[in-house]
Design a protein around this ligand. Structure first.
Ligand code: ATP
Length: 313
């Protein structure tokens, strides 16, 4: 099965507020409440693709219990470590008139040293059941910043591909653990190398730096412009058609789920890239975040044009 790791999950609550104004009170309909965190988006999409998935990470307090109940209600298997801190809540105010989204994101609980130790053991134990491990998102306070690096080392010893989607320091340190694949977007890649990437050539150079550190694949997602997959041996570019988009939030998570699914199915690397892009696209045409229809994904796969970029380089 595919094991997904969400170290800092959240209850995401969104409100529709017409003419949202800072400094004013607004009467609103009940908020839309979902179990959030990038890893949980990935898990939902894997389930929609009919993959067997187990979600883990850290959950605590009544918000943690709410998330567990929500996962139970949609039959998503989970085995989180219970922590003493309260899992965070994130708020989004969507103004359909102005087309704006205002967000308040709690940082989340502080994890104790003892909880870190317990989670390390818990993770090692769950890895015994996994054939792919995916870790997504930020790390809560108290979690040692090289934790993703450690996860890379643990999974490599067990010969399990480790897919990592994070940013900032967690990504920089995570790369040192030589994950099988990372999925930065352009902004995350730019932040990693610490300079502007003004053209495709510069993006490829940056991705190559990461491959040279022992990462097998860098899946660089480029939103409506598709994606580039830079591997130790080959570079593939995926171009996608223009489409009417409803909500592209979570497309990166859907793409990562698609890539894990493709790997598990043993697709060729070129078909895996097309399938991953199709999952991102299938999410973008839906209103819901982290939601794809498998039939839509299958219809979109042939519309993704994958070409090798490194011929003659
Ligand atoms: P998020 O953090 O919201 O999950 P991301 O920045 O990690 O997103 P993107 O690069 O925006 O990821 O999107 C991932 C993939 O989803 C793209 O490579 C593409 O295949 C698809 N996608 C995203 N946005 C669009 C769009 N506007 N039109 C068509 N496809 C899209």
């Amino acid at each position: 099965m595919i094991l997904t790791v969400t170290l800092n999950p959240a209850i995401d609550v969104s409100y529709h507020v017409q003419h949202f104004q800072i400094g004013h009170g607004h009467r609103v309909e009940n908020g839309n409440k979902t179990a959030g965190g990038k890893g949980l988006n990935v898990s939902r999409v894997l389930q929609q693709l009919n993959s067997e998935v187990l979600c883990t990470g850290l959950l605590g307090g009544s918000t943690g219990t709410w998330i567990k109940n929500q996962l139970d209600s949609v039959n998503l298997m989970h085995d989180f470590l219970e922590i003493t801190g309260e899992t965070r809540t994130c708020l989004a105010m969507l103004d359909p008139i102005a087309g704006t989204q205002t967000e308040l994101m709690e940082r989340g609980p502080t994890i104790s040293k003892e909880e870190v130790e317990r989670f390390r053991d818990h993770f090692k134990h769950l890895c015994q059941k996994a054939n792919i491990v995916i870790a997504s998102g930020s790390m809560p306070k108290g979690m040692p910043s090289p934790f993703y690096q450690e996860m890379g080392e643990i999974t490599r010893e067990l010969h399990i591909p480790f897919l990592l989607d994070t940013s900032g320091n967690a990504l920089t340190e995570g790369i040192e653990g030589r994950p099988f694949l990372i999925k930065p977007n352009e902004m995350e890649l730019r932040a990693y190398v610490g300079r502007e990437l003004s053209n495709e050539e510069e993006m490829l150079e940056a991705a190559k730096i990461i491959c040279n550190k022992g990462v097998q694949y860098v899946l660089l997602s480029l939103g409506s412009k598709g994606a580039i997959l830079v591997g130790q041996e080959n570079i593939l570019k995926a171009e996608i058609p223009e489409m009417e988009v409803k909500n592209p939030v979570g497309s990166g998570d859907s793409m990562l789920a698609g890539m894990a699914y493709a790997l598990q199915q043993g697709f060729s690397i070129s078909k895996s890239l097309a399938f991953a892009c199709a999952c991102g696209m299938a999410n973008a045409v839906e209103e819901q975040t982290g939601y794809v229809e498998k039939v839509v994904v299958e219809k979109l796969v042939p519309q993704v044009k994958v070409t090798p970029l490194n011929e003659g380089r």
